[in-house]
Design a protein around this ligand. Structure first.
Ligand code: AMP
Length: 638
């Protein structure tokens, strides 16, 4: 018998208080310190304790949402104090590193000294230090405990993946965030024992020059034993075997995820992926391959498109001829109208669909809702390869309104206010991206204001500009609830105009309504600034689900141009210091090629976010877009 681990005594006591009669509680309290050691020796003397231990072992297999929520309540009640303590802990653990000694903290750990001594940095500033770790020259240059793993951020915003340090503390905070939002989710949408159809992919880990393990952040998480354990206690183990998740070819992994989901279709309770794009992409693929999947199930043999031997062996263990299941899936699919409600039909016991649906994922919501039918869409948490920030503790809010309550013990957070800067030319729509006042602390932010977020974590990042803009929507106890607005650096700008990813998204949404009237949709989109013409102009690339008439696309193009309401843009367009916006239609499958390109660079499909603005140096993506161009329209709106 494995006696339950007592290291989490607080949680266990809570469980006891809520589940056991007082008499057993007394007995347990007396013996709890020595329970694990005494049990094997005195089993007959403590029958009630054996019973308790067995019960706790069973409980340990499940997460106790009440206890998790209580812990979160306690943490957020005095977020200011927790922040000071967290900073103190980070600086005590790492104060002797070369990086922190350089800034002469001299052992001080208070926020004022910290802010006065340590500069705000971006990834570029830390790159030499991180490289030094990766090269094995000094693995402790940023942290007291040497860094042994490196994460690669998705790299979809800058064109190539960046290295960031990863360690056990980041892994722990990842699990803490997962458990916190699960506890809140489970309160509203309880799930029983079952499985999750998770479209997760782990790219290969490799060794850096200095021998450190490196992989995308999601890979480092999925490959950690903690991940599987957490999924198990959250009653959502993945349908697919590890060989599928860790397969070398994501097209084959995706096919097999779908197949495993169908095999376990009655057990599936949650359909998820890290980013919503992953779910939409999976079911778009399903539309193409569903008959092949049905054949595999009918015959109990795997399609020849799967060539990776380890995946074939793993799937062979699950796949048996099941004509009844094949018939049922066939008739469900054949009965659908334009695939509406596909997920619900295929997986009838699904309680919700889960993944990051905010920010650059919003454009996929329409399609996701279409596949989901009546199933609720629950937006996942907010974080990055550099560290987690907040949990979605209001799962009932629609994704468009989702907020993230900051966990005050996983890092030290600062916020640069992006105050309105209403200049003479910009009165129609104030620009929030020009001012740069001093950062404020976590509990000093104001509701309704926008901020750039600054992160200090347990993995060697100090006052690190994450590059994200967030808006404070309210407070949970004393910790702010943030709404993700956009990446700060994703600006379409030619002269005095400034348009963010969000502005682009709103413009595309407005123009896509014209397509929707024709029963067509924008499959994906991106943009660039074209300076090769005089004056320069914005180019918006669209992949469309069909072939609309030219007049419709011309209208869409005009609508896009009019929808950028930034005052700098509008005034420049009026005086032609910015040229007419260009809408360029690309071939079907172009964005798939872009995804393949990033995956080839080492990005994980799990972390993939279509770059919404392609910089002039991103020549491969520019080339893919240019080679796949079908037609161009220029705006006549001004
Ligand atoms: P990565 O580079 O793959 O680590 O991606 C991290 C970035 O993804 C963050 O800095 C955000 O810009 C974006 N992101 C992560 N979580 C969310 C979320 N919940 N909503 C919107 N954007 C997010």
């Amino acid at each position: 018998m494995r006696v339950v681990c007592l290291s989490k005594r607080k949680r266990i006591f809570h469980q006891l208080h809520t589940h056991l009669p007082p008499i057993l509680l007394v007995s347990f309290s007396i013996s709890s310190n020595s329970l694990s050691s005494s049990l094997p020796f005195y089993p007959t003397l403590h029958p009630c304790l054996i019973e308790i231990a067995n019960m706790l072992e069973r409980m340990d297999e499940r997460l106790d949402p009440v206890a998790v929520i209580e812990e979160f309540e306690a943490l957020t009640r005095d977020a200011g104090r927790i922040q000071r303590e967290t900073l103190q802990k980070i600086l005590e653990e790492n104060g002797e590193t070369e990086y922190l000694r350089r800034w002469r903290l001299n052992g001080r750990t208070d926020p004022d000294t910290f802010k006065a001594c340590i500069p705000l940095v971006s990834h570029k500033d830390l790159e030499p230090y991180i490289q030094c770790i990766a090269d094995g020259k000094n693995p402790s240059v940023l942290t007291g405990k040497p860094i042994t793993t490196i994460s690669l951020s998705s790299g979809t915003t800058h064109g190539k993946p960046k290295f960031v340090p990863f360690n056990d503390e980041l892994m722990e905070s990842t699990m803490q965030i997962f458990k916190t939002s699960f506890a809140f989710r489970n309160r509203e949408y309880p799930i029983g024992n079952g499985k999750a159809l998770q479209f997760i992919y782990s790219s290969k880990q490799f060794k850096t020059k200095g021998g450190l393990t490196a992989g995308t952040a999601t890979t480092n998480v999925y490959r950690n034993a903690q991940f599987k354990k957490t999924m198990k206690v959250m009653q959502t183990p993945c349908c697919s075997p590890d060989e599928v998740i860790f397969g070398p070819d994501f097209h084959q992994s995706l096919y097999c995820h779908l197949l495993c989901g169908l095999i376990f279709r009655d057990e599936v309770q949650v359909v998820s992926s890290t980013f919503a794009h992953g779910i939409v992409h999976a079911f778009r693929t399903f539309e193409q391959v569903w008959e092949e999947l049905v054949t595999d199930i009918r015959e109990g043999s795997l399609s020849s498109r799967i060539t990776v031997p380890s995946i074939r062996t793993a799937i062979a263990r699950l796949l048996k001829p099941d004509p009844e299941l094949a018939d049922s899936i066939y008739s469900k699919c054949a009965g659908l109208s334009n695939w509406y409600g596909l997920i619900q039909e295929l997986f009838p016991n699904t309680k919700y669909i889960y993944g990051i649906m905010t920010g650059s994922m919003e454009p996929y919501l329409k399609k996701l809702r279409h596949y989901a039918g009546e199933l609720p869409l629950l937006s996942a948490d907010y974080g990055s390869s550099e560290g987690w920030i907040g949990a979605n503790v209001n799962p009932k809010l629609p994704p468009e309104l989702a907020t993230f309550a900051v966990l005050p013990d996983i890092g030290y957070f600062e916020f640069i206010p992006l105050k309105e800067d209403i200049s003479e030319h910009e009165q129609e729509r104030p620009c929030k991206l020009s001012a740069e006042p001093q950062p404020v602390g976590l509990t000093e932010v104001e509701v309704g204001e926008e901020y750039e977020i600054i992160l200090t974590n347990f993995a060697g990042l100090y006052r690190y500009r994450l590059g994200d803009v967030v808006k404070v929507k309210g407070f949970y106890n004393s910790t702010p609830e943030l709404q993700f607005i956009c990446r700060r650096n994703l600006l379409l700008t030619i002269n005095i105009d400034k348009n963010t990813e969000k502005d682009l998204q709103l413009a595309v949404e407005a123009a896509a309504k014209l397509l929707a009237e024709e029963k067509l949709e924008v499959v994906d989109f991106t943009s660039r600034v074209d300076f090769s013409t005089e004056p320069g102009h914005y180019v918006i690339f669209w992949e469309i689900s069909g072939d609309p008439r030219a007049e419709i696309l011309q209208e869409c193009c005009n609508c896009l141009d009019r929808s950028f309401i930034d005052a700098g843009y509008v005034s420049s367009r009026k005086v032609n210091t910015i040229g007419p916006l260009e809408l360029r239609i690309v071939k079907r499958g172009t964005f798939h090629k872009i995804l393949d390109h990033y995956v080839g660079l080492g990005a994980a499909v799990s972390q993939f976010k279509t770059p919404r603005c392609v910089g002039p140096t991103n020549s491969t993506v520019l080339q893919i877009l240019s080679l796949n161009g079908v037609k161009s329209y220029f705006s006549t709106a001004f």
